[in-house]
Write a protein that binds this ligand. Sequence first.
Ligand code: SOE
Length: 378
Amino acid sequence: MSARQGKRPLGVAVLGTAFMGRAHSSAWRNVGAVFRDVPELRMRVLCGSDAERTRAAADALGWHEASTDWRSVVERDDIDVVDVCTPGHLHSEMAIAALEAGKHVLVEKPLALDAAEAERMVAAAERAPGVAMLGFNYRRVPALALARRLIADGRIGEVRSIRAAYLQDWLVDPEAPMTWRLRAETAGSGALGDLGSHVIDQVRSLTGDEVVGVRGALRTFQPERPGPAGPERVSVDDAAWALLDLARGATASIEVSRVAAGRKNALELEVHGTDGAIAFDLERLNELTVTSGRDGWPARVLVTEAHHPLLEGWWPPGHVLGWDSTFTAQAADLLRAIAAGAPPEPSFADGLAVQRVLDAVGRSDAAGGARIDLSETD
Ligand code: SOE
């Protein structure tokens, strides 16, 4: 029997109407059209804090209803999946309430404000009957999935070093206004959690290895930003750096910034092994550069072939994918995990592992760059 036969459609609610709420809404709208093997769904409710804005967003994005009362929505019998796309400080309360109400839950990254909160979310997910998945959408970039497969197959030998940067420039203007993303109490951290969480997740995903030691540095170049009633204090980093020791001996160097003039959404990853290397750049997300052998030439692979990962359901070879397709594939994987009753990837436990590294970067910075040992955390 196909996933669509004999079952009532899954009712979905998205909490959050801003950038990520829109990206996830578009994924829920498209997923059934792209992937024929996923359970049927209904886009039931979009939740936001402002009634008028939420109604307008719900109409534009294809939701049946708009609501400003997320607590009653996560309790509803016709809601099976709760997708949390709100500012970070609301993630844990919403996700835990939805899990306790027996729902399947997707949470946009980073999982939580800090590791203690992430631990509570992991515990709630372990107790709950539903599937709990974390939204690291870049795991659904086919080129990165291919990189992960090539590395796991030993195609570049033993991994020695990873060089990773995620650079954006939307805060380079000192007049860029204050937002929840610039307050520690609503975002946890700045570029570190927002962009560094993706990078650390990729380091773990590409290498299949764990971070056991962390040295880090944080910088806030613009200590105040214009708010509605005058200047407000920025309490998170604009940019962060880290050196990560991995359990099997590799080292990763990381740089993330939201004040990198001219870089819009540049996630660059390079993995060097004893027998080759792999390089990726999100601004050319359908391509992977693969160097085979110790003195091989770098070859550009266009990752759009049917035998490449994550391309089933999409277009014929050469018909490239975009940033939004990663969210559609992520929604499909959540639906498949629900249908199979299987643990999803990435899990809340992956989010906790990333969160521990993020926290350690902050602790290292506060200790003047001292190495923080994470080898004892399970
Ligand atoms: C903003 O910096 C942001 O939207 C991140 O929060 C996303 O995770 C990233 O994909 C794009 O940039």
